[in-house]
Write a protein that binds this ligand. Structure first.
Ligand code: PLP
Length: 468
């Protein structure tokens, strides 16, 4: 399988190449040249497989010759062996129609572990073939950072620099990042910045020859294709349990950077019978506006109780625009250049109609999130976190959907990651699972830097390891 850039101006790469590259050299994102397709018989043959085996079968067409089936299976068994639930992503029924897909049984209690535990192993595997060093630079609104740091801590050949907006992540999220002792981990708290400002600095690092000449800079944000690929697997896992390929299934997905829901789109392109994908946002609703009206324009970020979705510019949306807009890299490069200069753009008719075939969207304000958390607790006996609550709010608003279609809400974080918000809504304070105990006793390691590109770049240059 080879991969092409959404902006048409970077060389195609194989799977190992895109895993180490992150962003394409032309500023675009890598996507497979074509979607692999499973027949109904092939999908039916996946029913009942243990998660790691399912993962190998779903991902192999994307991995191609970069890993043998035996090696890919071994990596999946290692990655998913660290999860606290044997099913890895268990499905729970809320009522006759609604289901929760629990994606938070990994080491850092958010769905990002599912992709990042595998990605850490893929980095080590591909780097060991050449003896090269990789410098990971990322920005986080909380969950990516902790999951990425856990996944690469102590791994050979990798050094990680993680930027977070100082004071804008929860205590649990910050401590999950800063209490990791491995010497290849560098936490940077950026003063007076929001997530988008941190992300903008990361993008600048990727394009800064002073750094890219000396260091191989890689990504763990969901611009990295390997992350999206790993997330396709649990759409298959859930749909197979609910009767696919013979029954259609809808998914409601709490969305920030459009990575998780794009993985659902990929599953549908592969032949999984996905009836609908609901893009659930909080009040930072650029995606809801784009899908509902075609207006993709960034406003300021408003902090909410679902901070991992407090995002305006959704990197992976570009992948959808590329695929639904006729895969015209040159046209998309021009459209994105316009957006980057004005922070606004209009979707084309092809992009809008292409998206409308599968996607719906919905926006939850503070009241909507609280109401969903209360309903889950009172009607179904499940305590859910504020991100999942956006998803459930959107799922319950799908009045026009065929009642025979089950609706799966992706539960993206463990409620104990956001105990204050959950307690305010439901009166219950979710306890931290014992596997992450000790977080509040361990010492923190983190540098504070001003929101100044030169300061951040100098810090990276001083502590990173040349490409080798
Ligand atoms: C990252 C995150 C999201 C948003 O996922 P995207 O792939 O960025 O759309 C939603 N919920 C939680 C808990 C997250 O950590």
């Amino acid at each position: 399988m080879d991969y092409v850039s959404t902006r048409g101006g970077a060389p195609p790469l194989d799977f190992a190449g895109v895993t180490l590259a992150g962003l394409a050299a032309d500023g675009g994102l890598y996507v497979p040249r074509e979607w692999p397709r499973f027949s109904e018989v092939e999908i039916a043959s996946l029913t009942g497989l243990p998660y790691a085996q399912l993962a190998q079968r779903v991902m192999q067409p994307f991995v191609g010759d970069s890993l043998t089936p035996e090696r890919l299976l071994a990596l999946c068994e290692t990655a998913y062996g660290r999860f606290a639930h044997a099913a890895v992503t268990p499905l729970r029924q809320l009522d006759e129609r609604h289901w929760l897909l629990e994606l938070f049984h990994g080491p850092t209690l958010a769905f990002k572990d599912i992709a990042l535990q595998l990605l850490g192993l893929l980095f080590e595997e591909f780097l060991s073939r050449t003896g090269a060093n990789l410098t990971i630079v990322g920005a986080t609104s909380g969950d990516t950072g902790s999951a990425a740091i856990d996944a690469v801590a102590g791994r050979e050949g990798v050094t990680i620099f993680m930027l977070h907006p100082n004071g804008r992540v929860s205590d649990v999220q910050r401590r999950q990042m800063t209490t990791v002792r491995a010497t290849n981990v560098h936490n940077i708290a950026v003063e007076g910045a929001d997530f988008d400002a941190c992300q903008a600095m990361v993008k600048r690092i990727f394009a800064d020859p002073a750094l890219t000449d000396r260091f191989a800079i890689g990504a763990v944000n969901s611009i990295n294709w390997a992350r999206l690929m790993a997330q396709v697997v649990y759409y298959f896992a859930a749909a197979l349990q609910l009767g696919a390929p013979h029954r259609k299934v809808a998914f409601s997905v709490p969305t920030g950077n459009f990575g998780d829901v794009f993985a659902g789109y990929v599953a549908a392109q592969m032949g999984l019978p996905v009836e609908r994908l609901v893009v659930a946002t909080n009040v930072n609703d650029i995606l809801h506006r784009a899908l509902a009206t075609g207006d993709y324009s960034a406003h300021g970020v408003e902090p909410t109780i679902a901070p991992s979705m407090d995002i305006q510019v959704s990197s992976n949306f570009e992948r959808l625009l590329f695929d639904r807009g006729g895969r015209d890299g040159a046209a998309l490069a021009a459209q994105m250049a316009g957006f980057e200069s004005t922070r606004a753009m209009q979707l084309t008719n092809a992009q809008r109609q292409g998206a409308a075939a599968l996607f719906r969207s919905s926006r939850a304000d503070a009241g909507g999130m609280s109401e969903a958390m209360r309903w889950a607790s009172e009607a179904a006996g499940e305590v859910i976190d504020p991100h999942t609550a956006c998803g459930l709010h959107a799922a319950r608003a799908q009045d026009d959907l065929d009642p025979a279609v089950p609706v799966v809400t992706l539960a993206t974080a463990h409620p104990a990651k956001f105990p204050d918000a959950v307690e305010r809504a439901t009166g219950q304070r979710p306890p931290l699972p014992t596997r992450v105990g000790g977080l509040f006793e361990r010492e923190e390691r983190c540098v504070e830097l001003p929101a100044d590109y030169a300061a951040v770049a100098a810090y990276v240059a001083e502590h990173a390891i040349p490409r080798g």
